[in-house]
Design a protein around this ligand. Structure first.
Ligand code: ATP
Ligand code: MG
Length: 556
């Protein structure tokens, strides 16, 4: 499969927007991405960001980031900051003419939400209800009218003003829309619009002790910002009649925003909801929100995923109305597809074992040519130093190998990438019987003294020169969960993969000393890697972004 990040997909939402543009329904398309700042953004949000900002970009519109910050107790400024960092990172390179600048905040509209609520009361379409939250829920389930439903507008206005002024305790009263207590759609059974919460808000402080509910705040925020297409996930489909009711009940001048729903992203071998991600962080099952095993945007970024790969993934999975599960392998495939084209190749040995070439002069160093990227002729070649002492991968030698093992064995031959064919003569062991060194011979032409021409051996392995190699820490990440659907059967935390992080001390080709964090590398035969933010000039730290092949496919 080839992926193009910048070629927009087509889907039913884009079809609707295209038709509205064609019909001249709006002056300009205005979209929003409305995260609640109660956690870090995850890959599901990336899908939503690519959809919302993508549409703005494709149709000459604008997309606002709006903090849906109506719940004072769960929200923090730290989350606002991380959300903006992640959004800007993901859409970087798309140009910024479609971004509505700094974030918008639902909390900036609290005064207007209040005024609209007063209007609704005046119109006889909202009332203050004294039932407890439990009673309210029970009555709504049963389709029963509250005994407070027929209060006069004057009494409601007075009570609502006193609610705002702090006259009542938390939970003592609510403001409810007066719609239809028997409606088939439960959301229309006189939903709560305001509740009392004596809590400090991260932006408005103690100014408010009544806070708007999601539907009230969200619909009116969309209207206030002149949103044309309000795109959200399927669970809000049942809210849409309430969304439309609010706009109509207030008799707000057209044009009204319209809500459209799509299926959220679910991904195998991961949990996506913030509520679960927060547990992983708080219970220290991972090392913070940006742990490279997390499917948060910050975790994926730290792991080495690029914005373009994430966008390509979001475009590849498409937008539908049907709930489904996306295979983690598709995300990994998307990364490989990009990195195969772009990543610079280098030789690195992750689990080194010393190899001495007994017939190669100790002082001799050869500079061999190595290809930087076979997929990109412009990437050119570099020199790599070859000498008597090398490191090879411990896995590339076996004393008693199984059939069809084409790497090194006692008495066996293998080709060293970009260099000679070698033969293993002797295995040196320590007292405990561990293999610590291999004595080998280079297969030299007896006449020319150079490598023997034209000979073929089955296996080719990578290596680094022991005298030239630089040390680095490499963090080998794997999927965080051992089962495809950790959510499906009980406690997702019991399926954490105990081998999801392995740290090794690697030997790297010296050219990697020049590596920069924004660059991606293929360590030949091993996978794609990026520098971690823990890296220093003295000690490099690398993250494995993804392996070269799907190692999970055969496990299943
Ligand atoms: P979570 O379930 O993880 O807490 P949320 O929906 O509560 O997510 P919000 O911050 O309210 O998170 O979401 C902001 C926007 O991102 C919403 O429009 C929401 O529909 C969308 N979104 C959230 N999760 C996904 C997902 N998995 N796939 C696609 N879009 C998503
Ligand atoms: Mg939410």
């Amino acid at each position: 499969m080839t992926v193009s990040t910048e070629k927009p997909p087509s889907d039913f939402i884009r079809d609707i927007v295209a038709e509205d543009v064609r019909a001249g329904k709006y002056k300009q398309i205005r979209i929003r991405f409305p995260p609640e700042p109660n956690g870090y953004l995850h890959i599901g949000h990336a899908k939503s960001i690519c959809l919302n900002f993508g549409i703005a970009r494709e149709f000459g519109g604008i997309c606002n980031v709006r903090m849906d910050d109506t719940n004072p107790t769960k929200e923090e400024a730290e989350y606002v900051e991380s959300i903006m960092t992640d959004v800007c990172w993901l859409i970087d390179g798309w140009g910024d003419n479609h971004v509505g600048g700094a974030p918008f905040y639902a909390s900036d509209y609290f005064e207007r939400f209040y005024e609209y609520a007063v209007q609704l009361i005046r119109k006889g379409k909202a009332y203050v209800c004294d039932m407890t939250p439990e009673e309210t829920d029970a009555y709504r389930r049963l389709g029963k009218a509250s005994g407070f439903r027929d209060r006069s507008a004057e009494e409601n206005l007075d009570l609502f003003a006193r609610m705002k002024a702090g006259g009542f305790a938390d939970g003592a009263r609510t403001l409810r829309a007066k719609i239809d207590v028997n409606a088939a759609n439960v959301w229309l059974r006189d939903p709560v619009l305001y509740r009392i919460r004596h809590a400090s808000h991260h932006r408005t402080g103690d100014k408010w002790c009544i806070y708007p509910m999601y539907d009230w705040a969200h619909t009116l925020s969309d209207y206030i910002e002149g949103i044309t297409h309000s795109i959200c996930t399927l669970e809000f489909e049942v809210h849409r009649p309430l969304y439309d009711w609010i706009l109509d009940a207030l008799e707000l001048p057209e044009p009204h925003p319209h809500q459209y729903e799509f299926a959220r992203l679910n991904l195998t071998y991961s949990v996506i909801s913030k509520r679960k991600l927060i547990q992983l962080v708080n219970e220290k099952l991972v090392n913070g929100w940006d742990d490279p095993r997390m499917v948060t945007i910050s975790g994926l970024r730290r792991r080495g995923v690029t914005p373009s790969a994430l966008r390509a993934f979001a475009y590849n999975i498409g937008i539908t109305k049907y709930p489904s599960m996306t295979d983690m392998a598709l995300l990994e495939h998307t990364m490989r597809d990009e990195f195969n084209r772009t990543a610079t190749r280098r030789l690195v040995v992750l689990r080194p074992i010393k190899l001495v070439l007994t017939n190669y002069p100790g002082e001799k160093i050869e500079e061999l040519d190595a290809i930087n990227n076979p997929e990109d002729p412009n990437a050119g070649t570099r020199k790599i130093s070859f000498g008597r002492e090398l490191y090879i991968e411990r896995d590339d030698f076996m004393e008693t190998p199984p059939p069809k093992y084409f790497r090194l064995r006692p008495g066996g031959e293998v080709r060293l990438k970009y260099a000679y064919i070698i033969k293993c003569d002797e295995v040196v062991k320590d007292e405990a019987g561990n293999v610590v060194e291999l004595s080998c011979r280079v297969d030299l032409d007896s006449k020319s003294g150079g490598p023997t021409a034209g000979r073929k051996v089955k296996g080719t392995i990578h290596w680094v020169s022991a005298t030239h190699a630089i040390d680095a820490e490499v963090r080998l990440y794997d999927r965080l969960f051992t089962v495809p659907e950790p959510d499906a059967s009980g406690d997702f935390k019991s399926f954490i993969n105990p081998n999801s992080l392995e740290v090794v001390k690697a030997k790297c080709e010296p050219a990697l000393a020049e590596a920069r964090p924004e660059e991606r590398y293929q360590f030949e035969r091993l996978g794609y890697f990026a520098l971690d933010r823990d890296s220093t000039p003295e000690k490099q730290v690398w993250n494995r972004t993804v392996t070269l092949r799907d190692t999970w496919a055969k496990v299943k």
